[in-house]
Every structure is written in C-alpha cells, then in structure tokens.
Design a protein around this ligand. Structure first.
Ligand SMILES: [Mn+2]
Length: 466
C-alpha cells in the first residue's frame, strides 16, 4: 500500500544528510544546533509534530527517540529519508542552544536529553496537548487541551500560511486520527476536525493513513487476544464495565495497543487495562483504553509514571515498584475512588416532585400538568408511591366522563425507582431499557425527586434546562 515512489525516496543515509542540513544553516562554524524532539515510544502524533516542527523552525533538526511504536518504526523504515530527522545519540548536546519539545512536558519521557535539563543557556519551546503536569520549564509554550499535538501545529501553520506537502499532511493526519481515535475519543475538539479537513485539503492520503492506522494482525497478536479473552475479568464498578487483564509476554510483541483496542470492543467494556508482564525485563507495561469520559485513563497512567489522554494511555512499571498483581489492584482501587467523586442521581434529579392523591380526577391532573408544564405526575398516598400518570396516559381517555374518573384508574403501577446515590448512567440505562421518561428517586421509602429525560440530556450534553 505504501506507494512505491515513496518507498524509494533518495537512498542517501538519513543521518548524515540530516545532520548536514542542521549545520549548513550556520555555515561552517558548527557553533549552534537547534533540535526538536518528542517522547519515547513515539507515536504518530509525536513523530508528526516533530516533522511539523521542522517547518516552523527551519533551522532545527528533528530528533526521534530510539524507541518508537511499531507502526512508526514501519513508517520510518520506508520514509525517514524524506524528513530532516536524526537519532538521539547523534545530537551534539554541547552545541544545542534551542530545544523544542513536542507531545510531552516531562523530561523523563525524552530520550537522552538529561544533559540539557539544567542548562541555563538553552531556550526551550514546548508544544503539547496534555493537561499541564510535567516538569519542563519552557521559555515559550503552546499548551492547549485538544485531541492531538498535530492540531496545535496545524493552527500555527495555517496562521503563517505555510503550505504542506501531501506526505507531511499524511503523517500529520495519521497522528491526529491515532490520538483522537479517528475523531471519536471524548477529548476530541472541533478544532481537531477542522485540522483534519485542512490536512485532507493539503492532500493527505487516506490509503497510506489507513495502512499505518490499521496494521494487519499476525499469529502472535491473535494468540494474545485469544489469551486475553480466555481470562477476561470483567467487573462492574459503579455501573461501568471494566476489565483488568494480566498477560504474560514472551519476547517482544508489536501492536499491543491495537490488540487492547480490539479487546475492549469485543468484550464491550467501558474501559480496559491490559497489564503486559515481561518477566525477562522485570517490568509490566500497562496499556489502557477507555470509551467514556468518566474514566480518564491518561491521568490514571500519569499516576503510574506514564501518560496519555482520557481515551488512551500507557505506563511502564518496574516489578520493584509494583508487582503485576499489586498493579492490578491499584488500578481497580483508583477507579473505585474516582467514581465516588462523580455525579449521583441526586445531583441531576428534579425536585420538588409534583404529587397528587389517588382520588384526584384526570381533569385536575391535566390542569396541573399544563400549569406546571410537566409531562408526568406521581400519585402518592401517605408518603408511599402508588403510581405515575404521564401525558401519554391521557390518550386512554375515550369518553368525556373519564375526565372525572380518579387518577387511580389510569395511572401506571409497579414503578421502577432509583436510589439517590446511584450513578446517572444507571438512571439512563433503566430509562432506555424500560422505555420510560420518568424515574422516581426514592430514599427511605419516600419520594425525594424524579429523573426525567431532560435531566439526563442536561447532564450528558450540558444543555440548559428549559
Ligand atoms: Mn499526542
């Protein structure tokens, strides 16, 4: 799928030409060097941001860490000579006077940059889309919560009216799609979609993008996936379905993230945490994926020394810090703890609730609903809930005299209720499953509120109540 002419781009060794380019800017004095680098285990957002950086900082050379994700390695094996990039060990640290860091704000995630950490004479620029929590002290920074660092570069490239080649547009689109799950992860912003449009306008090739975004599975990956399916440990934590798997790995396996993505979809979990254990290296690699806002795997991985965003994250943890089993328990504990802080039904319900005694006539009930602009009324006697009448029930009135019948004859009994400390997601599930628009909230046998469809919509979409 990689087009042949791209695979055959100049046979010049990448390293020497790139180093040459970086020095040629300053003539023969070899006195300064500007570099752009990104995090280890480089993903496409990191790679694409370094490449985009070389357009904004034309005197700089890109430095790609030695450890890169498998699909990035595959891409570089055929495309690297097309870009102005080198490896970390080729950096002459003493000559560096400007350091541009993209897609991370932590020193520990950089490859061989320790020497630059405490140098006062280096100007640092930072481009990152993760919430600011790192230790890099930049003279200038562009940090914004968008779906990918690529989006920040598109913003600036557009502002400066710098045109992009189809090849660079393609790499950037891959980075943008990978980090936003093709614009579906909850953290995706409108600006990310605009950025995607811009890259497509500039000739980004979706055939090439698809090839690197969806690498084919091989036997090893299938075996791991089946192994994970066999020992699936799905659990409900406050109405969210979570799976935490401990998987032993023998040797290097590529595309683990893709396996975890697929695993989450197959077992239909809200979030999955795969702990890949390497006995030989005495460490575990956690790869986490979440499909819901409420579970932010990026910040959880951050606590373990890794990183990511709300939908995807990873961390490498040495056995000496936590054994795999302890790690598993910590992940579960963190989710349980986090969940306690999220919204409850009592936060979203409507109250006070309009109630009527069972003798009330349908005519009176209709009037109350019209006056209060509500679609349902609870029928209550001595604090106990007998039933509910909703607007729909008035369709059952066929004869004029029925208007004077008591509500008892028309109300629905056997109501499903919910407790005030349940999660809003639980309320939504019940309403969808039972196809009801009103869910009374009952505490100690007393009705204290009601959840309606508009409460649910308000909660999920931040809509203002009417
Ligand atoms: Mn990123």
């Amino acid at each position: 799928m990689i087009r042949e002419e791209e695979a055959r781009v100049k046979e010049t060794p990448l390293i020497s030409s790139a180093i040459f380019n970086s020095f040629i800017q300053i003539g023969s004095s070899f006195s300064i060097m500007q570099i752009i680098t990104t995090h280890k285990n480089t993903d496409f957002d990191g790679l694409a941001s370094v490449i985009a950086g070389t357009l904004l900082y034309p005197d700089a050379v890109g430095v790609i860490p030695k450890m890169v994700n498998p699909n990035v390695a595959q891409f570089l094996s055929t495309h690297k000579t097309a870009f102005n990039i080198i490896l970390p060990h080729e950096v002459e640290h003493s000559l560096v006077d400007k350091l541009v860091i993209v897609d991370t704000d932590k020193w520990q995630r950089l490859d061989r940059m320790e020497k630059l950490k405490n140098r006062w004479d280096i100007e640092i620029h930072l481009w990152d889309h993760h919430p600011h929590e790192g230790d890099i002290d930049a003279a200038w920074s562009c940090q914004d919560n968008v779906g990918a660092t690529v989006t920040l570069f598109v913003r600036e490239l557009r502002r400066r009216k710098i045109s992009l080649s189809p090849l660079i547009s393609t790499v950037m689109l891959i980075g943008l799609y990978e980090d936003t799950g093709h614009l579906t992860y909850p953290l995706t912003k409108a600006e990310d979609a605009y950025a995607a449009a811009f890259l497509l306008e500039n000739g980004a090739d979706l055939n090439v993008a698809n090839f690197f975004l969806n690498p084919p599975y091989e036997e090893t990956q299938k075996e791991i996936l089946f192994e994970m399916m066999k020992v699936t440990d799905k659990r409900k934590i406050n109405d969210h379905t979570i799976a935490v798997n401990v998987v032993n790995l023998e040797g290097k396996v590529t595309m683990l993230a893709g396996i975890v993505n697929m695993y989450r979809k197959i077992i239909n979990a809200d979030a999955v945490f795969a702990i890949f254990v390497s006995e030989a290296e005495e460490r575990s690699t956690v790869i986490a994926r979440s499909g819901i806002d409420r579970i932010n795997v990026g910040s959880m991985m951050n606590l373990l020394g890794g990183g990511g965003h709300s939908g995807a994250g990873s961390a490498t943890v040495k056995f000496s810090a936590f054994s795999p089993e302890v790690l598993k328990q910590r992940i579960i504990d963190t989710i349980e703890k986090d969940q306690k802080e999220v919204a409850k039904v009592s936060d979203i319900m409507s109250f006070p609730v309009t109630t009527v005694p069972p003798e009330t006539t349908m005519r009176e009930v209709h009037l109350i609903m019209a006056e209060q602009k509500i679609r349902g009324v609870l029928v209550v006697e001595d604090d106990s809930l007998l039933g509910i009448v909703v607007l729909w029930d008035f369709k059952k009135i066929k004869q004029e005299k029925h208007w004077d019948s008591s509500v008892k004859a028309f109300m629905a009994r056997d109501l499903t209720t919910i407790a005030p400390d349940a999660a809003p997601a639980k309320a939504a599930q019940i309403m969808i499953k039972e196809n009801i628009g009103h869910l009374p909230v009952v505490h100690n046998g007393k009705v204290i509120g009601i959840v309606t469809r508009s409460d649910i919509l308000t909660y999920y979409y931040d809509l203002l109540p009417e």
